[in-house]
Design a protein around this ligand. Structure first.
Ligand SMILES: O=P(O)(O)OC[C@H]1O[C@@H](O)[C@H](O)[C@@H](O)[C@@H]1O
Length: 286
């Protein structure tokens, strides 16, 4: 394993960020004059072949251990593969962007065996006042396949114990901690280990009184929203996570996972996107 090169900087007048070809992994983003929005572990690995704890890992073509429950590596091979940078520049709105692609040839043969399909994945990161991440997967083979995918976004929050997450009320979710199906009542707060896969299509708002801001997370082409915070005990057990860093992060992931995989016939393409914006905390919540 070798150390990863410096990420590619994406700078626009309204915001800036950075992305690695390793995993087409967004490692930072903030609108101009704002605190960082993406969280990065102080102990994140920085080597080829290893997943990075923070930013936005791309989970593909399976999520977690996959739908069979035994697939490796966790969250698929895309996040540890070397993607190809195909384009970078400024769009018509003055935002900076970079685009990467991944094909089976970019993936080590032993990892690819679990997903023996022809595909082309394209990740476009657009940076400005908002962050937009767009993943398009095309079935370039001759047979239909099913895949899972997620934009596994780590958000930086002031204190995870004080945030509230709105937009999920009434959604059915699989609680991966309790291992049971539940329905969300009201806003979500973090009071212990949280690992939940919601059947959910809309927007999520993370209200953060400590940083006096609201993170608005919207998405397209996604039937699952995953919310994850490991809390104290699990954080201690992870070598790439400092013991108390669970207090400053929350994952809000846009995906198509578990009971909602994407089925692609030969020649078909599917796009999932996540967009993040920052707003000031409304005065009554401060
Ligand atoms: O440690 P990893 O493989 O990056 O995964 C982190 C977490 O990612 C979340 O998306 C999963 O729902 C959790 O179950 C998992 O623990």
């Amino acid at each position: 394993m070798t150390r990863l090169p410096e990420p590619l900087s994406l700078t626009s007048a309204a915001g800036s960020g950075a992305v690695l070809s390793h995993g087409a992994h967004a490692v930072s983003w903030a609108p101009e004059g704002r605190d960082p929005v993406l969280w990065m572990s102080s102990r994140a690995h920085n080597e080829t072949g290893r997943a990075i704890r923070g930013g936005v890992p791309i989970c593909f073509p399976w999520f977690g251990p996959g739908r069979t429950g035994d697939m490796e590596p966790a969250h698929g091979f895309a996040r540890t593969a070397q993607w190809q940078l195909v384009e970078q520049g400024q769009d018509e709105h003055g935002n900076a962007f970079a685009e990467f692609t991944l094909s089976p040839q970019d993936v080590a043969e032993e990892l690819r065996a679990a997903f023996p399909h022809e595909f082309r994945a394209r990740l476009r990161m657009t940076v400005g006042e908002r962050l937009r991440l767009e993943l398009t997967v095309t079935n370039t083979g001759s047979e239909t396949f099913e895949m899972e995918e997620a934009l596994h976004t780590y958000l930086h929050v002031g204190d995870s114990r004080r945030i509230s997450v709105s937009g999920l009320a009434g959604a059915s979710y699989f609680d991966k901690v309790a291992k049971e199906q539940r329905t969300q009542v009201g806003d979500l707060t973090i009071t212990g280990e949280t690992d939940a896969v919601f059947a959910h299509r809309g927007e999520v708002r993370v209200t953060d009184p400590a940083l006096e801001r609201v993170l608005v997370v919207s998405k397209e082409g996604s039937d699952s929203t995953v919310v994850w915070n490991p809390w104290a005990d699990k954080a201690v057990g992870m070598s790439d996570f400092a013991d108390d860093e669970w207090k400053t992060m929350l994952c809000v992931e846009a995906g198509n996972v578990m009971g909602s995989p994407v089925r692609l016939a030969a020649g078909e393409a599917h796009t999932i996107a996540q967009v993040i914006a920052v707003q000031d905390l409304p005065a009554e919540r401060a």
